[in-house]
Structure formats: structure tokens, C-alpha cells
Design a protein around this ligand. Sequence first.
Ligand code: PEP
Ligand code: MG
Length: 572
Amino acid sequence: MNIVNGIPISKGCCKGRIFIIRAENESTIIKSTIKPEEIEPQWNQFFNAVSQVKNDLASLSNSKNPDEKKIFESYMLMLDDQIFINEIKQEFSTKLFNIAYIVFTKYQQAAEQLRATNDDYLKQRADDICDIYGRVTRILNGTARHSFDEVPQNAVILAKNLQPTDAVALEKKKPLAIILEEGGPNSHFAILIRNYNIPAVFGANSILKTARNNEDVIVDGTKGIVIINPDQKTIDEYSEKERKELKESRYYSTLKKQPAKTKDDVPVLLYANISTPEEAETALQNGADGIGLFRTEFLFIKENRFLSEEEQFLEYKKVLQIMKDKPVTIRTLDIGADKVISSTDYKNLHEENPLLGWRGIRFSLDNEAIFITQLRALYRASVYGNLKIMFPMITTCNEVDDILRIVKAVKAELKKEKLSFKEDIPLGVMIETPAAALTSDFLVKKCDFFSIGTNDLTQYSLSVDRDNSHVSDYYNETHPAVLRLINTTVKNAQKHVIPVSVCGEFASRPEGIALLTGMGIREFSMSSSMLPAAKDTLIQFTVAEFQSISKKALNTPTVSKINNLLKRNLCK
Ligand code: PEP
Ligand code: MG
């Protein structure tokens, strides 16, 4: 029996068999066959990747160090080596394997040949080839998609790390649980897994060194524990735990149809976060008062391309019709960082620091045609329900001005085309950067509502990657800096009487519900599976009790003291 402790990601216990998905490092580059019509787009991707690497090198080769400069210049020559490129092309167009795999095998072969010589100079060039074409391959591999064909149904998936795109593909395999060696609790992969209600443990350090395919494993997603080859006593203990969880979920079922309110009967609205229109059905079954966040980028990520206006219109119409007159907040594309589309429709940047790069509204404003297509689809769908539109990753009022200018033009165009739409759709912004929170007194005058995204707000205010298990101890929504940014935003929204909700993961946790209700939040949005438990937290305390907790927390200097305060006050 081997017990590994990790980070609890998604609640629930289960017992199953391990299936390992090997990391896509150099030894496990995805190999897939391609159709002849894919040759040209993939060949273009190869050239894009080469030019990205050249751009990166160009900035590096400005270095004043003559040795470095020489190395980078020789790298540039390697990238322009027509003989080598022709060899790649020849192999790619005859073997019909994906370009990342072909480039990988070709540079490995070339390096091996160089290493086999007795010449020290040539041996060193082998490392250079691996370095330079490794960069190209990583870019290509990053945009390749895993099919997961080999993954069996109902397995416990074990991997080093996985991406949001993988979650969409893996869900079809109905995994019993997911274990990752890396990964953070608020990564988009984690959020999707919670949406799918799959128990999960991340940050299970070094587990891949010992775990084997088909071994029995117990996954405790509630506590963050993985037990490989459990003994009979442990199996019995966990069967008992599963029975208790079932009882708890039966109790939660009784809450689904009850309205959310505090102990002193103050009503609270609980919305669902979704990533496909179909999830709106589950949201209703779980008692959602509406949709607080529809992450539309997942529609695009699933297809790995940008959807047409008509395709998007049908998706938005579907969710609005399912929700009838309940509010549906649809967020425009938030691609970038870990949410990528490897489409040739737009320039796929290779960014050294994508979390601080071209994501969210920055992407939409720089790709106006894609943005306009989405806005047209949203406005056309608006006649089918109670739509609100929300914009992600805002950092300045100028972005809102640009959005409003484009929205105005879109409406004028639709009018000219005699297409029906609702005139006064509320337009809101996500407050998920410290810049937005600190300027919320200005932003409030330009929009109809705020939705606080605590996932990114925490990441950006504490300078901690939400997806990185190595720094997950630094990722604390209960950090006083985060709480103060939220409080500032709430106060500014209240002063100007615009609605403010919270749609980050913090909104679904008891301590988040307590602090946020205390600060004045009355609208929360979360994975539908968390809605009944949120009602359970709300009903146990009065608003005055929540206010007292948050007032104390806002005046407490450290995370540990705030967490102790919460523990003391929330255990009834
Ligand atoms: C957030 O940042 O809190 C949020 C809800 O947006 P996402 O998780 O999609 O980045
Ligand atoms: Mg966000």
C-alpha cells in the first residue's frame, strides 16, 4: 500500500484502476496520422513555429555577449537549413504523420548521427539541433490535440499535468477520478473537472515514479489523498466513507428546490458556471437561479476553431431557451494562457509569459472580426431569453470605451440588416485584475454590472500562477490583499447601485460564501454541483454573523490568522 498526499481538487471518493497518460515531453510526442488535406495547414504551422523561434532568438541575439551572439546566429542558420527542411518536408508528405512528430524524429536522427562522429565540434552541434528544433517541436506539440483514443472508459486517470482542452476530450471517457502530479486548484482544468463532478487530486508529487497501469487505487478528492494498492482494512474504511458521502448528497438533493437564503431570511441568488449549453440543464436540476458565467471559449476549444456567427447564435439561443426567463450571463471569448485554439484563423503567438499576455479582451479587441462575429451572434440570440454580456480580463476604462464603440456599431449593422435583437442588454465586466478592482470607481460608470473573478484576481494580485502546484501554498483567496480588492469593488458597485456578483471558485467555498456575504455580495456563481452545499452554508448564519466575520478578516494581517478565524466561526 502506498499513500500519496496531494491537493484536494474535486470532492468525492472512489476506487478504481489506474490508467497512466504519459506526459507529452520529448519521449512522448503525440504521434497521429493525418489526412492529405491536413498537409498544407500543418506545414504552415511548421513555418509559423519556425518564425516564432526566430523572433525569440532575434531578441536574445541582441545580447552584448559575443559568444551568446555567435550561438544564436548559428541557430538562425540551422533554422534556415534548406537541406534539413526539405528532408522534413519529404518525410512529412510521404509518411502522413503529424508535423510535430516528424520534426521530432528528424532532429533526433540528425542529432544521433552527429553524436556518433568522433568530432567534438560536431557532437556539440547535436545538442544545438536538439535545443533549436526542440523549441519548434514544443510549439507544434503545444498546439497538437490529444485524441485519448487509448484511454479506457471508467478508469482512474493519472498524468503529470493536463490542459483544459484535455478535460473536454477526457470527459467522454467517463473517468472515475483524476490524479495529477502537478496542477493547481483553480486551473481551468480543475474547474472543468469540478463541473463534471469527477473526484480529483492534484499535486500528487512523484506518484508517476511508482504507479503502474491497472493497479488498484483509492482516490479521496475531498481530502486530497491517493492510496495505491490499498489493503482490505482501508478498502472497508473507504466503502464506509462512500456511504456517508451518498447520505450527504441525498441531504443536498433536498435543498435543490429550496430558495437560497441566510438564517435571517435574506435572499441570495445562486447561479451556475457553465462551459456548454447542455450544462444549463444540469444547472436547472441543481436549482440554479440562472447562469452567472458561460465560458464561451470552451465551445471554440472543443472544435479547435472559431465558430461562425450562425453556429454561435444556435449555441447561445439554446442556453437562453433552456433557462427561459432566468438571467444568463454570457462571457465573450477568454482565450489565451492555458486556453488555446490551434487554429490557423489567427496568429498563434508563442508567448514567454502567456498569463500576462494576449488573453481575454485584449485578444478580442485585437481581432475585431472575431469579436464582432461573437457580438452579432449574442445580440441576435438575445430575443430568446434574459441575456447579459460580460467581458473578461479588463484592465482599463479604455477597453470598455472600445467595447462600447464596437457594440454600438454591431447594433447599427443589425438594425440595417433588419435582424431582431434586444436593445438594452446589460453589459458588464469581470473584475479579475488588481487594476480593474482598484479602478472600479471609474469602471462602474461605464457598465451595468460587475462580476468578480477571484481565480484570476488572486493569481494576479499575489503573483502566483493558479495552475502551478509548486506554488499552490501561496495561492490564497483569503489573503488580505485579495479580500481588500474584493471589498473595494463591492463598495464601488454599491455606491453606484450596480449589481455585483462573484463567479470565481471562492464563491463556492464555505469560507468564501461567509466572507463575501459579509461584504455585501448577494449573487454567487459556481459549478452547479456546488449549489446545494452553498445553500447549506448560507442557511446556517445570519447576515450580521457573516458581516462580523468579514469585518474581522479585513482587519487581520495574515492568511493563517484569517483562516483560523474562519475555522473558529464556521464550525457550528
Ligand atoms: C476567474 O478568473 O475567477 C474567472 C471566473 O474566470 P476564469 O476562471 O474563466 O479565468
Ligand atoms: Mg478569469
